[in-house]
Design a protein around this ligand. Structure first.
Ligand code: HEM
Length: 525
């Protein structure tokens, strides 16, 4: 799920430097006054008006999400204004998509001799649900408000749950209480570089929420990069709980501020992630001060059944090697090496350079590649969720792009690293964070509805009618099936009888307002 922790390199080769660059404080600590870092970024996007986590992964090792209910609406609006008043001494400030004025260590595209940049200690962002917009009395005070292209947002995650496979144990009635009762109004997301910074800014926020009864905190949860010992020191990794390396496939945006090496996929139009007039499939919400430069996102907390997953891999070992099965389920070996580049081993001779780990296509324009899924099964998680050049429902050309259905992932693991020596420790673990897009209907819901939870999506490739994404779809063991095609006329391997390996614990459809929009909300009095 996550691309917050971006671009894992080959760990053995460059983990120290990479992890320092990704999570740590940069080596250039001083900023040069008067030198604007944005002057180096040519962008059609108004970066200073757009919330930062829409366009950039912060690469911070910890996150806290506060779920708030509006207490006194006028006080709540006033507090939102303080988050964007530019006065850090008054309140922590919402992080925009502008390059760090003091910011990242130089990436490969940067000129290291330019203004040194330092990463801040924290990043702050805000999402508002439709019930939150009502509780803030925005609709009441803005008669011409219209979210007419965004019916999913106004209906909310619980109402739409069936469309994305959140049924059975993942159904809304089984979600964490705070997400069930309509009091889930605002999510404040705090990323931090260190436990000290997390405590400092968390304490400040909590004090602010209660000032004048602006907000009531109804739930909170923490995410943290999974740690691993290296030379006796715990260092954050890019792993997720099933043991896979994550954060390799990213979503590059034309004119976006990300600087790290491109991930070799076709860049997306900005309007797919930031509400703009150029959009082809929606109208920017009215009034424009509220809608323009905002975005939509699905906050999600997904529990992973690691012991169920590991046991299942072992239970199939007479049919297929457990590590190969894990790779076929995902589309990458657990160390991140893609099946598309290395179908038989996770350690190909000569290795794969970190900037090449995402440089592949499933089907090329001339139909070549891996159209039948002999390397990476068509039904694997990654190939379903982003079929790239493969013709599927919603994307008809070999070698074309399904960019209109892409997502930006900003998530992080929660719960401790799984210890195989204590498999039944009873501690919940999973992933939590945001899937960001301009159209929840056409991106998040489309992908989960048509590609993850359906078997008909793959055009000329006929999948078993009962098959769904083996990693994240809702599965019924009585009919679940994952088919792994084999070369040279060998019959495919069929694994069956598995349950869902993930359970949705919470979801909320959120609007991510621009800085202008937050000021607009605040001046409503
Ligand atoms: C606990 C649940 C999940 C786990 C463990 C998981 C794991 C992974 C892993 C290991 C990757 C490959 C890493 C990479 O290429 O960067 C990946 C890719 C991806 N996942 Fe998930 N995922 C989960 C849920 C989801 C959900 C619910 C969605 C969508 C709503 C999703 C969307 C994606 C996307 C878009 C990619 C990138 C595919 C590409 O660009 O090729 N994931 N996921």
């Amino acid at each position: 799920m996550t691309q917050d922790n971006k671009s894992p390199a080959e760990p053995a080769k460059e983990s120290g430097g990479l992890l320092r660059r990704v999570f740590g404080r940069a080596t250039h600590e001083n900023s040069t006054p008067g030198v604007s870092s944005t002057s180096r970024v040519k962008s059609t996007l108004d970066l200073a008006d757009i919330q930062g986590f829409i366009l950039r992964g912060y690469r911070m090792p910890m996150v806290r999400h506060f779920l708030l209910s509006v207490g006194v609406p006028a006080q709540a609006r006033k507090l939102l204004a303080r988050f964007v008043n530019g006065d850090e001494s008054d309140a922590p400030q919402i992080t925009t998509a502008e390059d760090w004025h003091v910011g990242f260590e130089p990436g490969p595209g940067d000129n290291p001799s330019e203004a040194p940049r330092r990463k801040p200690d924290y990043c702050l962002n805000v999402g508002i649900t439709w019930p939150g917009m009502l509780a803030l009395e925005i609709q009441q005070r803005v008669p011409n408000i219209s979210f007419k292209s965004f019916g999913a947002f106004t209906q909310g995650a619980a109402e739409r749950a069936k469309l994305v496979g959140d049924t059975g144990p993942s159904a809304p009635q089984n979600w964490i209480d705070a997400f069930q009762k309509g009091g889930d109004h605002v999510i404040v997301t705090l990323h931090a570089l260190s436990p000290d910074a997390m405590k400092t800014y968390s304490d400040r926020l909590v004090a602010l929420f209660s000032e004048g009864n602006a907000f009531r905190e109804i739930w909170r949860t923490d995410g943290m990069a999974l740690m691993e010992m290296q030379n006796g020191t715990p260092v954050p990794t890019f792993k997720v709980h099933f043991g896979y390396t994550d954060g390799i496939s990213t979503t590059t945006i034309h004119g976006g501020p990300e600087k790290y090496h491109p991930d070799h996929q076709q860049p997306c139009e900005p309007w797919l992630f930031v509400l703009q007039d150029a959009a082809e499939n929606y109208f920017v919400p009215e009034p424009r001060e509220l809608g323009l430069h905002g975005s939509f996102a699905v906050f999600k907390m997904i529990e992973t059944d690691v012991v169920g997953f590991e046991n299942f891999l072992q239970s199939q070992k007479d049919k297929i090697d457990p590590e190969l099965l894990a790779a076929k389920i995902c589309g990458r070996w657990r160390n991140g090496v893609p099946l598309a580049l290395s179908p038989d081993t996770d350690s190909p001779a000569g290795g794969i350079a970190s900037d090449q780990m995402n440089n592949y296509e499933y089907v090329n324009a001339d139909g070549s590649g891996d159209p039948k899924g002999l390397r990476c099964p068509v039904g694997a998680h990654m190939r379903r969720i982003n079929p790239r050049g493969q013709p599927v429902t919603g994307q008809g050309q070999p070698g074309g792009s399904n960019n209109t259905h892409r997502l930006i992932r900003r998530g992080m693991p929660y719960g401790p690293v799984y210890d195989p020596k204590q498999p039944y420790d009873g501690i919940p673990r999973g992933l939590l964070g945001y899937f960001i897009n301009s159209s929840i209907e056409n991106q998040y819901e489309f992908v989960l509805g048509h590609w993850v939870n359906d078997s008909e999506f793959a055009g000329s490739v006929r999948l078993n009618p009962k098959s769904k994404d083996p990693m994240i779809a809702a599965q019924d063991p009585a009919e679940s099936i994952f088919v792994i095609p084999q070369a040279n006329g060998v019959p495919p391997i069929k694994v069956t009888g598995f349950s869902s390996f993930v359970t949705t614990k919470a979801a909320a459809y959120c609007f991510l307002p621009s800085i202008t929009a937050i000021k607009f909300i605040a001046q409503l009095g």
